[in-house]
Design a protein. Structure first.
Length: 276
């Protein structure tokens, strides 16, 4: 199944993507609440559910306010190489704040303090069943589903120190959506292609099997140092081809269109706008 979060009459709503519509579910107030209640398994859409055409939807971040957004850096070998970073034994981890997110078809915002807004196409992993010290062999049983993420980065601020945080948390720079696909529909992780396109030009192209640290290892590692809760998000890393490491460099500018497509999930689309 596929689940999405939208805004309707000024209120966040969620539901099941059913063909060209979203069938809204009222039993739980949010998708995160439904995940925490174990309500997605066996969920059926009520016959009288209100339906919103996808074409009319105002998309919100899939999980607008997760307790944790854990981001993984340098998790594809070609990206590690283009950055010149050393081989490491453990994942590179940083965090993103929930209020830095935006939804499908919304603008990613280029702030006035920078002209160095970069794309990072990634797969997001939404935690379904929480836990601590989750073994890799059991980790995928804790996944509610997968989505697309654009971990938009303000590169000059990211480079102020060795810590990534200042470049990764500007408002409306982390695009999340359009929907979540459950593991039974998505299938085994590996053969799916992740592609980033900027104004129609392919900038990143990789298979999920190219991850250095696969999803089960990421969940094991992260859950060792912090408990994972339902609705938490692990953004699993970006492939090579980022704009900052191209020659000449490529940064997103006002009016650009950026797309993150993952086989079996769909395409996250955003424009670029400059505003405070």
């Amino acid at each position: 199944m596929r689940f999405a979060t939208i805004e309707l009459d000024g209120v966040a709503k969620w539901g099941v993507v059913d063909g060209a519509e979203i069938a809204l579910i009222d039993r739980w107030p949010s998708l995160m609440d439904a995940i925490a209640a174990g309500g997605l398994a066996g969920l059926t859409v009520p016959a009288d559910a209100r339906r919103v055409p996808l074409a009319d939807a105002v998309w919100l971040p899939l999980i607008p306010a997760p307790n944790k957004i854990i981001c993984v850096g340098l998790n594809y070998e070609n990206h590690r190489k283009e950055t010149g970073r050393a081989v490491v034994e453990n994942p590179t981890i940083f965090t993103r704040f929930a209020d830095s997110q935006t939804g499908h078809l919304s603008a990613i915002v280029l702030p006035p303090e920078s002209d160095r807004l970069d794309y990072e196409g990634e797969m997001a992993v939404v935690i379904g069943r929480g836990g601590r010290r989750i073994p890799a062999a059991q980790a995928l049983d804790h996944v509610a589903g997968y989505s697309c993420y654009n971990d938009g980065s303000i590169r000059d601020w990211q480079a102020h120190t060795i810590q990534f945080t200042p470049g990764k948390n500007w408002p409306e720079t982390g695009a999340f959506g359009p929907w979540m696909v459950t593991p039974d529909e998505f299938g085994a992780i590996g053969p799916q292609r992740l592609q980033t396109r900027l104004n129609g030009q392919v900038m990143q192209d990789a298979l999920l099997s190219d991850m250095i640290f696969p999803v089960d290892r990421l969940i094991e590692y992260v859950s060792t140092f912090t408990p994972l809760s339902p609705g938490d998000v692990i953004v699993s890393g970006t492939p090579g081809g980022v704009g900052n490491k191209r020659d000449p460099q490529v940064f997103m500018k006002e009016g650009d269109r950026v797309e993150i497509e993952i086989d079996g999930i769909g395409t996250l689309v955003n424009s670029i706008a400059r505003r405070p």
